[in-house]
Every structure is written in structure tokens, then in C-alpha cells.
Design a protein around this ligand. Structure first.
Ligand code: ATP
Ligand code: MG
Length: 424
């Protein structure tokens, strides 16, 4: 026998036992996005490498070491998308959706980053993202954050996530701060690790993000970005905070939150959880007013976030929120006897016509009652609908409840459709 080929490391199959949880989560994401007037956009999975270098930034984890980049057959450098915002802006610019307009968009799909695979961190993973274009005022920051808060509520995990919030100021404010930060870091250069020493000049704000305890100790007395904020930035941030307060959304201010991508300005936020171990960020985003122009469009403000669907599914499973997700099958049709089978299939077709939402599985492959009941049980169905010679003669169906304590009963065939309607 030849050796079986395995999936690529860090790229997972999603098996039927998990797909129903995925579908449930995806359904909530889609519905809540539409509750806020967002429309779906679908972008290609492959883009020009330059798109990500220009938007995410050359000195970021993603561009430095995580991208799947390759030359296609005519020598163009292409990259499997590591995130969605850049593609979304590229598409918006290309199709004239952004300038002088308001757009509320969402996307969902696979992203690719060459990271060390571990729980909650994969090389192909899935994001759902929200992007709102054309609104510079903090009301949209608040509304998008409220949208994210509603997602946790609908998924039943709101008590297990907390919101962290920060402002990165305007580009000018950040530039002034950068000089002060670099001057401070230079004084403590010997206490910084190799990564931070390198970033100190190329992307000094990322030093604030360092997980290294020694580096964090140095940062305690570093200058604060907020000391460089002008009135507009202060006003923007305080209005956002007030909106969140009045909406009853709790948050923690975290002045070390700088985000790993270069394009953010003003508001940044993350939803974090302690129920996933080291991979604690479930959702992250912020304002990116300069990105559209940076990618060749006319200046248009933007605000958005992306969340990791694997991390959500993991959370739902570990918090046992996925246990009540509807099984793949609602009802299982058992047929006993050769004359019966053809009739049972016709009835099943009628029930599918009458109750379009029903998930009805007909037994195939013959066998006795015991074998068919075993299959019915394994399908996860709520009920078995049994058609045998007696039932056929009497125009009835025997209904056996597979979960819970209900007694078996015999119903006229005409009543089955309404029984099925109650199931879905
Ligand atoms: P992290 O700090 O965990 O690496 P990040 O800052 O790189 O996250 P973003 O680029 O902001 O992540 O992506 C948004 C969300 O996508 C993350 O909060 C996370 O839920 C998810 N995510 C990012 N990278 C991965 C990955 N490799 N595997 C699974 N989910 C991921
Ligand atoms: Mg990362």
C-alpha cells in the first residue's frame, strides 16, 4: 500500500461533527452583520504581494515572516491573503465603492499565515470581518464595537470576553511621540531584546507590544502616547468612551495596545478571553483613516475589525455552548418491508415539500428494525418515523421519540407534516 498523503501542517479539515457548530456561528455572524446594515463582499484569496507589503507594513510579523508568497507562472509575486482589510480596500478602490460614499461591508473566509501551529493558531484559519468606510466620526466606532458585543451575546459567550480599548492618535501625533519614544529606548537599549532593538528604529511602537517581561519593565517609565494627543483625538476618544458607557459596554483602557498592523490610527480595540490559553485575542480592530489613500484611492476614513472563527468555535466548545446546536438530522424515516420502501420515499418527498426547513433522512440499505433504529439514533434525529406493513394498511405512521421521555405514538399520515413543523 502506498503512503497516505496528509493535510499540510496547520491546515485543518473541518469534519461533519464540527461543521454544524461552524454553521451555527457563521449564521449568527451573517445575521448580526445584516442587523446593522452591513452587506457581504467576497474577495479573491490570492492578491499581489505588494498589496500586503504596502498596507500591513514591511516591519510587521505578518510581512516579515508569516506570508505565503510565491511567483506564479508568469513571474508575478502573489500572496495568499493573511488578512481581509487590505483586499477589501483594494476591491473598494478598484470598483469605485469608497470615495465620497458610505459603505458597510463584511467578509468571511480563509486566511493564511505561516505561524507555529498550536491551539487557536493555524496556518489556514478563518476570519469574519467588518469594514465601515466613509465615516470619520466616533459614532461608527461605537456602533461597530456594539455590533461585536452583540455577537458575543448571541453566541452566549459575552461573560467570557473583555474589551480592551486604546487610541493611537493621528499620524502626526504618533510621529512626534515616536521621536520621544526612540530617544527613551536609546537610553535603555542594553535592556531590550534583539527583536525590540531591531524594531526600535523601524517600527518603535511595536516595542510597546513586546511580550518580553524585561522589555515591559523598561517601558514602565517610557513616555506616553496620550501625552501627545491634540484636542481632536481626545474628543474622538472621549465621545467613543461615552457612547460605550451609555450602551452599557464595559471596557478596559490599555495604553500598551498598539496592534500588529501598521495601518491603524485613533481607536484600536481587542476582545480578549482567558478561556483559550495563550491565544487570548478573539477579535481585533480599529480605525484606519489613511489606508484607502495609501493603497492608491482618494482619502476615505475606515473602521473595522476581524475575528478568528476557530477561536470562537473553540470557546463555544470548551464553554459547552455548542452542545445545544441542532444535530444535522431532525427526523429519520424507517421502512420495514419491500412494499413499504417505495411508499416511504414518496411520503418523505411530500413532507420535504410541506416543511422546507425539515432535515429528513430516509434509511437506505435495508435491514431489520434493530439495525434501522440504531442508525436513526446515530443520526442525532429527534424522532424516528416508522412505516411498516401495518402502518401502510392503516394509513398511519409510528412515531418514536429518540431523545427525552415521550411515549411512542401512532399518528394518521396527514398529521406528520405538522409534527415535523413543530420540530424545526
Ligand atoms: P495574535 O496576536 O493572536 O497573533 P493577531 O494580532 O495576529 O493575533 P489579527 O491580525 O488582528 O491577529 O487577526 C484578527 C483575529 O484573527 C485574531 O484576533 C484571531 O482571533 C484570529 N487569528 C489571527 N491569526 C490567527 C491564526 N494564525 N490562527 C487562528 N486565528 C488567528
Ligand atoms: Mg499574529
Amino acid at each position: 500500500m502506498s503512503k497516505a498523503i496528509q493535510a499540510v501542517r496547520g491546515m485543518n479539515d473541518c469534519l461533519p461533527a464540527q461543521t454544524n457548530v461552524w454553521q451555527m456561528v457563521e449564521e449568527v455572524l451573517r445575521r448580526v452583520a445584516s442587523n446593522y446594515g452591513f452587506a457581504e463582499i467576497r474577495m479573491p484569496i490570492v492578491e499581489s504581494t505588494a498589496l500586503f507589503k504596502r498596507s500591513i507594513g514591511e516591519v510587521t510579523d505578518i510581512v516579515e515572516k508569516e506570508m505565503y508568497t510565491f511567483d506564479d507562472r508568469n513571474g508575478d509575486s502573489l500572496t495568499l491573503r493573511p488578512e481581509g482589510t487590505a483586499s477589501c480596500v483594494r476591491a473598494g478602490n478598484q470598483h469605485g465603492l469608497l470615495y465620497n460614499q458610505e459603505q458597510r461591508l463584511w467578509y468571511m473566509g480563509p486566511m493564511f499565515r505561516h505561524e507555529r501551529p498550536q491551539k487557536g493558531r493555524y496556518r489556514q484559519f478563518h476570519q469574519f470581518g467588518i469594514e465601515a468606510f466613509g465615516i470619520a466620526t466616533p459614532d461608527i466606532d461605537a456602533e461597530v464595537i456594539m455590533l461585536s458585543a452583540r455577537l458575543w451575546k448571541e453566541l452566549g459567550i459575552n461573560e467570557h470576553v473583555t474589551l480592551e480599548l486604546n487610541s493611537l492618535g493621528s499620524n502626526d501625533e504618533r510621529n512626534d511621540y515616536r521621536d520621544a519614544l526612540v530617544a527613551y529606548l536609546e537610553l535603555h537599549k542594553d535592556k531590550l531584546d534583539e527583536d525590540s532593538q531591531r524594531r526600535m528604529y523601524s517600527n518603535p511602537l511595536r516595542v510597546l507590544d513586546s511580550k518580553n517581561k524585561d522589555v515591559q519593565a523598561v517601558l514602565v517609565d517610557a513616555p506616553k502616547l496620550s501625552d501627545y494627543f491634540g484636542d481632536e483625538t481626545k474628543q474622538h476618544f472621549s465621545t467613543l468612551c461615552a457612547r460605550l458607557d451609555s450602551a452599557g459596554i464595559d471596557y478596559q483602557l490599555n495604553d500598551r495596545l498598539v496592534r500588529g498592523l501598521d495601518y491603524y490610527n485613533r481607536t484600536v480595540f481587542e476582545w480578549v478571553t482567558s478561556s483559550l490559553g495563550a491565544q487570548g485575542t478573539v477579535c481585533a480592530g480599529g480605525r484606519y483613516d489613511g489606508l484607502v489613500e495609501q493603497l492608491g484611492g482618494k482619502g476615505t476614513p475606515g473602521f473595522g475589525f476581524a475575528l478568528g472563527i476557530e477561536r470562537l468555535v473553540l470557546m463555544m466548545t470548551s464553554l459547552e455552548k455548542a452542545d445545544n446546536v441542532r444535530a444535522q438530522v431532525d427526523a429519520y424515516v424507517i421502512m420495514l418491508g419491500d412494499d413499504v420502501a417505495a411508499k416511504a420515499n414518496i411520503l418523505a418527498e411530500q413532507w420535504r415539500d410541506q416543511v422546507p426547513q425539515i432535515r429528513l433522512q430516509c434509511h437506505c440499505g435495508g435491514g431489520n428494525m434493530k439495525k434501522q433504529m440504531k442508525r436513526a439514533d446515530k443520526s442525532g434525529a429527534q424522532i424516528a418515523l416508522i412505516l411498516g406493513e401495518d402502518e401502510l394498511a392503516n394509513n398511519t405512521i409510528t412515531v418514536k421519540y429518540l431523545r427525552g421521555q415521550h411515549e411512542q405514538q401512532s399518528l394518521p399520515i396527514e398529521e406528520i407534516a405538522s409534527l415535523l413543523t413543530d420540530l424545526v
